[in-house]
Design a protein around this ligand. Structure first.
Ligand SMILES: C[S@@+](CC[C@H](N)C(=O)[O-])C[C@H]1O[C@@H](n2cnc3c(N)ncnc32)[C@H](O)[C@@H]1O
Length: 436
């Protein structure tokens, strides 16, 4: 639903923000997922679309869009020749909507990585946010005392640091439970996108997922001192976005692990990490007793090395289908039963963005029932895929064949037997690997 019940004046536009360079991919994705939307106005990194009359658009329409960093309903551009007038215009556009907080963020200015450019908040956007917040009371608004950003960070830091001996802990952040709520209510957030210093656009959205609680979809984490690569940020954001609960003592296989920023993050979560990469690992990682380096290409590693791993992460600088071939060979080994995977797929050419649905379908065909993609804040020309809910393809859940009180069909009994045999094989092989 489009929140029409509470909205005095339902919006007839939506907005989406993305990294510079992803606009065409996002437009084509919107044409595919929401074909009724009509492209309206855009600047690099900021797009708007018209919702045709009588079209119902769900509030979480953005969750289907891998290339949108933030989405919402759009109320238009503010007017005013000074910042004070524009801040006043923000509140007039928001009108009677019962927003509990406000997200203010700048449009991206350059491609991520261009001359070290990193998308994110700027001093200017923070000043504008302060100005808009300062005017809230005079418009009869009572915003949450902490900004949503602080609220999200509090949630992210709600768990104690991993105390595992020997782990090279830099910092420990656990994923929050989606969607972030305050007092049981899902937040309605006012959005202000600083397109240029004197052109601000206003909208609103409901918090429906973890990244929709982050202003602008920016994951406000910082590279800690001692991190060996920015892949630390990518892995941390991937874990937070996916909501995957990594538990100390679980095993993770990292394909494309060198120099080791992502492995460092995983080790800081208390995981045992097997890093597969023909390149050299950083001494800070290789010296960790919970890390094992297999200095080979993924395809050269004997499959038995992968038995008993719980998680698989991959960040190889190869085109997506090569990465997926390597991953498939691992997940289809009879001794491997993963809880989940976080895969970085490099879009070596932007035209590959159109293939994303096929990549996700390919991963589903291996037995992963939950498969999602997002171009993370810390991604460059690449996307992150989170896959979980593994089940041997073709095996029917027992309840589907008649529940626990019936014997089920011949084929469901066979599926259950295959599953049991596979579990027993994994157990035996895991024991052997651990004993080595
Ligand atoms: C983007 S870097 C990985 C960064 C790393 N995840 C980190 O945390 O620092 C890509 C890596 O993929 C590795 N690579 C390329 N092809 C590979 C393959 N077939 N198997 C394993 N690693 C591979 C490269 O050697 C390179 O170190």
């Amino acid at each position: 639903m489009q929140d029409t019940a509470e909205m005095p004046d339902p919006a007839s536009f939506v907005f989406a923000t993305c990294q510079i360079g992803a606009e065409q991919a996002l437009k084509r994705e919107i044409a595919r997922e929401w074909p009724d939307l009509r492209f309206a106005f855009s600047r690099s990194g900021f797009l708007t679309f018209k919702i045709p009359p009588a079209t119902e658009l769900p509030g979480d329409f953005g969750s289907k869009l891998a290339f949108a960093r933030a989405t919402g309903f759009c109320l238009g551009a503010v007017s005013g020749s000074s910042e004070i007038e524009r801040a006043d215009s923000v509140w007039r556009l928001i009108g009677e909507r019962p927003v509990s907080d406000i997200h203010v963020w700048p449009r991206d200015r350059f491609t991520p990585g261009f001359r070290d450019y990193e998308p994110g908040m700027t001093g200017e956007s923070i000043e504008i946010e302060n100005l808009i917040r300062a005017q809230a009371a005079s418009h009869g608004r009572n915003l949450s005392p902490s900004s949503n950003l602080q609220f999200a960070i509090c949630n992210l830091q709600s768990f104690p640091e991993s105390k595992r001996a020997g782990s090279s802990v830099i910092s420990r952040q656990d994923p929050p439970c989606p969607p972030l709520r305050r007092g049981g209510e899902v937040d309605l957030i006012a959005d202000v996108i600083i397109v240029t210093p004197d052109e601000w656009w206003v909208g609103y959205h409901r918090v429906h997922s973890i990244p929709s609680s982050w202003p602008g979809g920016f994951c406000a984490i910082e590279l800690p001192p001692g991190a060996v690569s920015r892949a630390w940020l990518k892995m941390c954001e991937a874990v937070l976005w996916s909501g995957f609960r990594l538990k100390a003592g679980q095993r993770c296989l990292e394909i494309g692990a060198a120099p080791g920023g992502a492995s460092q993050y995983l080790l800081s979560c208390g995981l045992d990490v097997i890093g597969v990469d023909p390149a050299e690992m950083d001494p800070a990682v290789i010296g960790n007793p919970n890390f094992r380096h297999i200095r080979k290409r993924a395809k050269e590693v004997p499959r038995k090395e992968f038995v008993g791993v719980d998680w698989l992460t991959s960040d190889v600088n190869l085109p997506p289908n090569y990465t997926l071939d390597a991953v498939k060979a691992i997940v289809q080994h009879s001794g491997v039963r993963l809880i989940g995977m976080l895969l970085t797929l490099k879009l070596v050419d932007w035209s590959l963005a159109d293939e994303v649905p096929k990549y996700l379908e390919r991963i589903r065909s291996w037995g992963f029932r939950e498969v999602r993609a997002r171009q993370l804040h810390h991604n460059r020309q690449e996307i992150c895929v989170a896959a979980s809910g593994f089940k041997i393809p073709g095996a029917k859940p027992l309840h589907a064949a008649g529940g626990r009180f019936r014997r089920g069909t011949k084929s469901s009994r066979k599926d259950a037997k295959t599953q049991r045999r596979r579990d027993a094989a994994i157990e035996r092989m895991t024991k052997k690997t651990k004993d080595r």
